[in-house]
Design a protein around this ligand. Sequence first.
Ligand code: COA
Length: 193
Amino acid sequence: MSTFEPSPASLRYSLLPARLDDLPAILRLEAEGFGPDERWSERSWSGELLGEGRTVLIARGAQPAGVITLSTVGEVADLHRVVVAPAYRRQGLALRLVRAGLLAVRHLGARVVMLEVEYTNLGAIALYQQLGFEQVRVRRDYYGTGRDALILRLYDLDTWPGRFGEAVRDTEADLRAERADVQLEPDLPVEAP
Ligand SMILES: CC(C)(COP(=O)(O)OP(=O)(O)OC[C@H]1O[C@@H](n2cnc3c(N)ncnc32)[C@H](O)[C@@H]1OP(=O)(O)O)[C@@H](O)C(=O)NCCC(=O)NCCS
């Protein structure tokens, strides 16, 4: 585990499988991460938390820090959403969430991961590219008129991170997520980098 150097900008969190009672915290993250027109409803998030083949991981700190949700059907996983609270951004939390999510869906049998991202969301695109996602096509007006989506795909999840290994730091939490099929112990501490 990396050494934890407390600073105002580096905040502690635990990375865990989300439960239904995390719903209020997730909705708070959702409100902080997306505008009113883009926000997922409580019903949508309940569907993620209860749905078959879903992997939902939450980073819990003094306040909700971040959440990711993916679905897996056979060898294909879909990364539906990742959001990090503003106070925790640009400290590698999204990288950790996505990495842990990828390891979890790989454990469920996924070999390819797909996602859609709005083409103006340059931060998210940079994040996904850093992890090895590649653009496969553009879906016009996916988010509304003039708001196109990029469809990104990560191939060969079975050999991932491969050449992206250096860009992605191993963490004990990630490895535990892989081994335990994301059944992490409650309140396992993960320290912010
Ligand atoms: C996109 C988001 C999840 C990134 O979370 P984060 O924890 O700040 O991301 P990380 O710190 O792990 O960033 C990893 C890398 O992604 C890229 N990145 C992340 N945010 C960025 C930004 N705002 N601008 C440019 N690059 C960015 C960088 O390459 C970064 O590495 P660096 O900090 O060493 O330069 C966060 O900004 C967010 O929640 N946004 C609102 C919701 C959203 O758009 N979600 C994605 C679509 S579902």
